[in-house]
Write a protein that binds this ligand. Structure first.
Ligand code: CTP
Ligand code: CA
Length: 230
């Protein structure tokens, strides 16, 4: 189906999307991150824009061009992503959290580059302590109004038991729709297979290019939100 011939499903809707990994600094030249190319999130942003929405994309570090007509805000860490989302969330109809957010940040990052040492300490390496990052999706979901604003969509990459974990995660996050995929073999790839979890159960969208799946997802969200009196 050619997108141009589809009705503009999302005309007049404001959609906020997170995408890519986050990067948590260890020192000024090193950090820890999650495996994510950003391709799925960027495809969702492009599909939402094609459907007529006003799209804001909060993105961790990626090598991707900004989709046409999309407003992009670049961040590095989970905390910066949380702050950017908080600044942009007012007036959004839909929030789609595609980012692979690092669950932990380094609690004791060094302001200067950590140097290698000789002797006994060398074998062990530096000691890193971690603390948990804010859960961006759960934070926004907790603010959903009775009218259902914003309608929150989560993503979950699981390495096993997708059907069981996906449905449990949707309920734990308190969101109406969760998109699951079996990571890590889809990371960086152009194709994906996804499963939609909602209050009725699950629906499998078979393997297809990420942009095709993103368009199907936007259409599924549109169906669900038009019932939602947004
Ligand atoms: N998410 C988020 N902020 C976080 C962690 C996750 O917004 N700090 C969002 C992701 O963007 C995704 C969803 O929550 O939409 C699920 O992420 P996932 O990592 O699968 O879930 P977690 O709750 O972190 O559980 P776990 O990693 O332990 O499986
Ligand atoms: Ca996580």
């Amino acid at each position: 189906i050619v997108a141009a011939f589809q009705p503009k499903l999302m005309a007049g809707k404001r959609i906020l999307i997170t995408a890519g990994p986050t990067f948590e600094a260890i020192d000024p030249v090193r950090g820890i991150t999650n495996l994510s190319s950003g391709k799925m999130g960027y495809a969702v942003a492009r599909a939402a824009r094609e459907a007529g929405a006003e799209v804001t994309l909060v993105s961790g570090p990626t090598a991707l061009p900004t989709p046409h007509g999309v407003t992009r805000i670049d961040v590095q860490s989970a905390q910066q992503m949380m702050d950017a989302v908080n600044r942009a969330i007012d007036g959004q109809h839909i929030f789609i959290a595609v980012a692979a957010v690092a669950d932990w940040r380094v609690a004791n990052p060094s302001t200067q580059k950590v140097k290698k040492t000789d002797g006994e300490a060398a074998a062990k390496g530096p000691e890193l302590q971690f603390e948990q990052n804010p859960d961006i999706l759960a934070t926004i979901a907790a603010r959903t109004t009775l009218a259902g604003h914003p309608y929150c969509v989560g993503f979950a990459a699981e390495s096993e038991n997708l059907l069981e974990y996906g449905s449990a995660k949707r309920e734990r996050k308190g969101i109406p729709l969760l998109v699951g995929n079996i990571g890590h073999h889809t990371f960086g790839q152009d194709d994906n297979t996804i499963v939609l979890f909602d209050e009725h159960g699950h629906t499998i969208l078979p393997q297809a290019p990420k942009l095709t799946l993103a368009r199907q997802l936007i259409s599924e969200i549109s169906k669900r939100t038009s019932k939602h009196s947004l």
